[in-house]
Design a protein around this ligand. Structure first.
Ligand code: PLP
Length: 365
């Protein structure tokens, strides 16, 4: 493997730049920028040819292995344009490391981590004009690795493509942080010990769809996943990590094999500890949560993830019982966490842990 900090990333600019949508019209993941980052892996050669090229379709043989067996991983992070005009990535290094961790879980050869980090910087620099500036908007960055062998045998591929695409996204909360209703399911599971729960991989999302559909049909927004063995302990909510405040303890399930090591989860736990809160990463059963809901000690509950930062839970359903949390309003701590993370992302608060990195934008030509 070549020393990645010396590897040159070539840039080929598009001759047909797209129309950038107005900030107010942005939603999530529907519009893509002018360029994409691409790099290939072939056995013997390793990862090679890192490049920024015009955004466009990938041409794949119908027998390409990823289309059949799902050997694919991805990640998701954001770039923010601060009031000072600077573009900041939030925890790029940690996202790059997690992408490699997901690669290991799926038998995909790891990439030089600083080259992954530089791929984020390179694509954002190339498409810096696409980073929206209204508060709450951002540029969502989606790095993905797919197996590209043309064969139907089931084994790890010998060739891969890494690509990074970007999408300007609108404010997740256009009218203030809004609580959701969630349904704990014991008829589906997301992941089991020894499975892929710790990896950000396409298969986990495919596995979540039918439960999500059932929850929606029952009038809920998201599924609260219970563990795959006893269907008793809380794992995650939708595609977010879950936290709650019971009495004066903030509780989140431990990273014990079935849940994703969320970057937002990690950041929020750090802030809570900085602020002197009692924080427990421990197993918590749905029965304990329902009981806390009934006896009034369940103060707040929220999901954490890059897309929303925090998503407050206003109602929890389980086995036909419904529990209202905080009268269906966003809790004080949930709101405080949201405000604190957002202020760091937009460069309005001191970044005490060095979570953001500014992207150097090429001089105008
Ligand atoms: C991406 C993801 C999260 C949130 O991770 P962040 O790094 O905070 O965005 C949580 N759970 C699952 C299953 C995920 O895929």
């Amino acid at each position: 493997m070549t020393a990645s900090n010396e590897t040159q990333i070539s840039v080929t600019r598009t001759r047909t730049p797209g129309q950038r949508p107005a900030d107010a019209s942005l939603s999530f993941g529907k519009v893509f920028t002018d360029h994409m980052f691409v790099m290939n892996y072939t056995e013997g050669k390793g990862w090679h040819d890192p490049r920024v090229v015009p955004y466009g379709p990938l041409t794949l043989d119908p027998a390409t292995s990823v289309l059949h067996y799902g050997q694919a991983v991805f990640d998701g992070l954001k770039a923010f344009r601060g009031a000072d005009g600077q573009i900041r990535l939030f925890r790029a290094q940690r996202h790059a490391e997690r992408l490699n961790k997901s690669c290991r879980a799926l038998c995909i050869p790891e990439m030089p981590v600083d080259l992954v980090r530089r791929s984020f910087e390179a694509i954002v620099a190339a498409d810096h004009e696409w980073v929206p500036s209204t508060q709450g908007t951002s540029l969502y960055i989606r790095p993905t690795v797919i197996a590209t062998d043309v064969m139907l045998g089931v084994h790890p591929a010998h060739s891969y493509t890494y690509f990074v695409i970007c999408s300007p996204v609108g404010a997740y909360y256009k009218e203030g942080v809004k609580p959701v209703r969630i349904l704990a399911t014991d008829s589906h599971v997301r992941a089991v010990q020894g499975g892929l729960g710790e990896a950000k991989t396409a298969a986990n999302y495919a596995a979540s769809l039918s439960a999500q559909q059932e929850a929606e049909q029952a009038g809920y927004t998201q599924v609260l996943w219970l563990d795959g063995v006893e269907r008793k302990y809380i794992d995650e909510v939708g595609t977010m990590n879950i936290m709650m405040q019971i009495g004066d303890e903030v509780i989140t399930p431990p990273l014990a094999g079935t849940i994703l090591d969320g970057v937002t989860r990690n950041s929020i736990l750090q802030l809570l500890r900085d602020w002197g809160h009692k924080v427990s990463e421990r197993k918590i059963s749905i029965d304990e949560v329902m009981e806390a809901g009934r006896n009034g000690t369940l103060r707040e509950m929220w999901g954490t993830g890059t897309a929303a930062v925090v998503s407050p839970v206003g109602e929890l359903g389980y086995k036909g019982e419904k529990i209202s949390i905080g009268n269906g309003q966003t809790g004080l701590l949930t709101q405080k966490l949201y405000d604190a993370i957002v202020a760091i992302q937009y460069g309005q608060a001191t970044d005490a842990h060095g979570w953001t990195s500014t992207v150097r934008v090429p001089a105008a030509v």
